[in-house]
Write a protein that binds this ligand. Structure first.
Ligand SMILES: Cc1ncc(COP(=O)(O)O)c(C=O)c1O
Length: 367
């Protein structure tokens, strides 16, 4: 049996048909850019999270750029970002002419912590980007406290954490602004690129509504030099439907994760994901670690099971970041993650037989 790493399945049943009908309806309406569905989704998403504003943009990268720009990041500023994250987090900082300053994640949760971030604060530091990696929230109270005591802006990268909660509050509502991605494979995914910035600060929101649309609130009246990064009407309409099922789909991800956690416990050379107190996890990625990662990956591949690595080359060792002059062994936790982590198939609609096959093969490999 072939087990895909990720597949788009009709789960819960009927969602695909609803999406297809909505795409046709919106297509026939012909309001492709900033049609009423965009505002409807922005309102629904903000309400879902308990925030005042969600600003729909072209993708998660743009959401990060807008969030950072809105909080005032400018050339020469230093912004602390986790060393273990998707490249977009650091690239967004560079895009504004600022310097990404990398900090180690916690070895248990793989997330940035206040303790690791604080070591990198200098007089030039302006902000911290908390990435809720793999779907687990960072310890937000401590990060908020750190930002308050050093007068830093706090931006959340919630691209992997739609619907995750820290204590009783949704990821994306702790910082000055938060970036979401609706890349198709995300927990809330569009049928193409999409993103949103979430904030409860009306000034930041006003800036971003304008900036994403060439710096205009009213057509041909440009108050600032903006960009074109708008969430498509079609994508917004699709997301409004899918948002209604986010909670159920996240619960299904958590159930599937519990099955893995239960079945794969007590294998000596296998580290399973750990959730910290109060930190919710919606398992965008189910990440395991083993010193025999490459061997395990190819064994599973031979058995027809697709896996992924998040992420194989840390940012500080990427060619593009040579100019920051980092070197191997600067971030041992991050480097060890890159060498040992493996993401197993986990998505709403994966069948019991498929998951059993993954479990059986992982066990067989180690025994
Ligand atoms: C942590 C993180 N940040 C940012 C992004 C960028 O989002 P996008 O691909 O929509 O630009 C992604 C996903 O791709 C991500 O996983």
């Amino acid at each position: 049996m072939q087990v895909p790493y990720m597949a788009f399945r009709d789960w819960p049943a009927g969602i695909t048909q609803q999406v297809e009908q909505e795409v046709l309806r919106v297509m026939r309406e012909q309001q492709f850019i900033l049609g009423p569905e965009v505002k409807a989704f922005e309102d629904a998403f903000a309400k879902f999270l308990g925030a005042d504003f969600a600003i729909g943009v072209g993708n998660g990268f743009d959401a990060l750029v807008l969030a950072l720009k809105a909080v005032g990041i400018s050339p020469g500023d230093e912004v602390i970002v986790p060393a273990n994250t998707f490249i977009a987090t650091a690239n967004a900082v560079v895009h504004l002419g600022a310097v990404p300053v990398l900090a180690e994640p916690d070895i248990q949760t793989y997330n940035l912590t206040a303790a690791t971030a604080e070591k990198h604060i200098t007089p030039k530091t302006k902000a911290i980007v908390a990435v809720h990696l793999y779907g687990q929230t960072c310890e937000m109270e401590r990060l908020q406290g750190l930002c308050r005591s050093y007068s830093l802006k706090l931006v959340e990268d919630a691209a992997q954490a739609h619907g995750t909660k820290y204590k009783n509050q949704f990821a994306g509502t702790f910082g000055d602004a938060a970036a979401f991605s609706f890349y198709p494979t995300k927990n809330l995914g569009a049928l193409g690129d999409g993103g949103a910035v979430v904030t409860s600060n009306p000034e930041l929101a006003a800036f971003m509504y304008s900036y994403r649309n060439y710096g205009q609130q009213e057509k041909y009246h440009n108050e600032l030099i903006g960009v074109n990064s708008r969430l498509d009407t079609l994508q917004a309409a699709v997301l409004t439907i899918k948002l209604k099922y986010l909670h159920r789909q996240n619960q299904e991800r958590q159930r599937l994760a519990d099955v893995y956690l239960q079945e794969l416990q007590s294998i000596a050379d296998l580290t399973l994901p750990v959730t910290a107190d109060h930190c919710g996890h919606v398992y965008h990625i189910f990440n395991i670690r083993t010193s025999r990662r490459d061997e395990l990956k190819s064994y599973l591949q031979q058995q027809g099971i697709q896996t992924a690595i998040h992420y194989p080359i840390p940012i500080h060792l990427q060619l593009a970041y040579n100019y920051l002059n980092y070197k191997t062994s600067d971030f041992p936790v991050t480097e060890s993650l890159a060498d040992t982590c493996l993401s197993l198939p986990l998505f709403p609609g994966i069948t019991e037989a498929e998951q059993e096959q993954v479990i059986r093969c992982v066990k067989k490999f180690f025994i």
